[in-house]
Design a protein around this ligand. Sequence first.
Ligand code: ADP
Length: 613
Amino acid sequence: MKSKTTTTTEKKKKKRLKISDLRGFKQMAPYLKPHRIGFALGIILITISSILTLFVTRLWGQLGGVGIMGGNENISASDLETGFLANFNFNNLEAIVTTIAIVLVVQASLSFIRVYLFANMTEKMMLTMRRDAFEAVISMPMNFYHDKRVGDVNSRISADITSIQDTFTTTLAELIRQTIMLVGGIAALAYFSVDLTLMMLMTLPVVVLVAIVFGKFIKRLSKETQDEIATSNVIVQEVLTGIINVKAFANEWYERKRYASSIGTVRNLAMKGAIGRGAFASFIILFIFGAITLVIFKGAALMQSGDLASEHFFTFLLMTGLVAGSVGGLANLFGVVQKGLGAVESLMDLLNEKREIKSLTEEVRSYDLRKPIKFENINFHYNSRKELAILSNLSLEMKVGEQIALVGPSGAGKSTIASLLLRFESPVSGSITIDGKDISEMDLRGFQKRIGYVPQEVILFGDDIRSNIAYGKLDATDSEIRDAAKRANAIDFIESFPEGFSTIVGERGIQLSGGQRQRIAIARAILRDPDILILDEATSALDSVSETEVQIALEELMKGRSTLIIAHRLSTIKNAHRIVVLAKGSVAETGSHSKLIENKGPYYRQIQSQDFK
Ligand code: ADP
């Protein structure tokens, strides 16, 4: 009989293993490995604790039996042979209760240690995982951030990590405990009465099968719900970041509709999930409770006919409850484990995604990029729009310290050239070399450390002015920061704030004007002291005072550095050493302002038609 019980359990287990794709756990190996001894200990503790539960259940049954019969008249030879599950020769209630009390104290202590142990290991694992996930997220090539929306990645990671955390703090332990209860319980049941156990087991495979189907269904629904929640979060984030556009276009109604439709879908999916879980619960109640009723009925009949001792009947009843509980518990856990595995899988996908930077140590190679730069026969298209050639056969040379203004209609590829030089993107064909060395062969971070970039839209971190400037050189001293601010023509306005350099800016602090933000960004770049400078000139107009102040700061910054300017203002263009006019993805003409005007070519036409500021 016992062998039969085991076979059934094995069959059940095999099915579970096949269904829950264990690939995820295998990928978790590097995270689990440092804690393998701790986990093994935890598993041993939970095994002992579960066996003790079975033992206590047995003793409870015995209490009931002794209570009714008044002694241990039911001891049989086989009882004595069978270890702790047998009658323990206790024939008085006090002895049994004392044993139970001791076992409970031991079990309580073990459980405490186990919970602490699992939490301790899981938290350490989570720390590594969060760190790795963050490292992955910031190490991706630029196109990762174009393709994936930031809010989406963000909420996905936090949801995944929470789900993995649940799996390792509670679910795994529960899984082991419930399995031991199930196997041990069934073995004990079979020992008391084969007939009764058979009756019990007839319902189990059905429940397991249904559990598998439901588990899959619920997993799919919960993933869909998660996706949709992510989508709705993205909408909120987009609306809030772009609130000026929403308001200016009076499109609140449209955003409301968009959000309502998304959260409507969330609700529908969640309700579908709820119906699934509800149906699942009903199923369990019907079958498990039905089975319990049958077992009680059959057991009472056996006891009545004298085929079953009363203490065995009591134990049988209690253990049936235990087994039924663990079947239900396991079925529920099944969905949770699958969710955890899904989370592991998607996190691992992210960690395995191709990165731009391999390792994020502080050490980087140092380069001297004060050398001539050469773009040769560059062809380029973005991965998301392969059919659209952005640059074709573009060639361009920059002398050391030369200031080049890139000019051309919007969409001509000016920013794209900057992205290529910043190595946010790589040319499809052709090469960019500095002093004859291909930039793609240089250590990325070491290379980028020598490049200064002042973007069009300066976004400051919600920290104080000092740290915002120091972002250009994290170990800068206060006097270096001050000096940079001075050279960026920013010291006056900074010192006009009561808190000076400690003034908090951005969302949590004061809002700086466009010109002030730009000068902070320029100070940041001055502090960085790059060899090559890329300026994306702001299109938004500044008042003429700010304009002059920014211009002074820029000139200080550009001094002696090879500079590529994505130019929007005529004054900047005129001041540049050379103007490069782009058309149809390559250089249409190049020269000084006066020479290009004389040429009466594309530049002249653009100057005529476009109102440069
Ligand atoms: P400019 O700076 O001269 O206005 P850009 O270099 O920004 O021009 O853009 C050149 C072309 O590349 C445009 O047609 C633009 O739509 C396209 N483009 C820019 N960035 C991307 C991207 N990440 N993915 C796909 N296409 C892009």
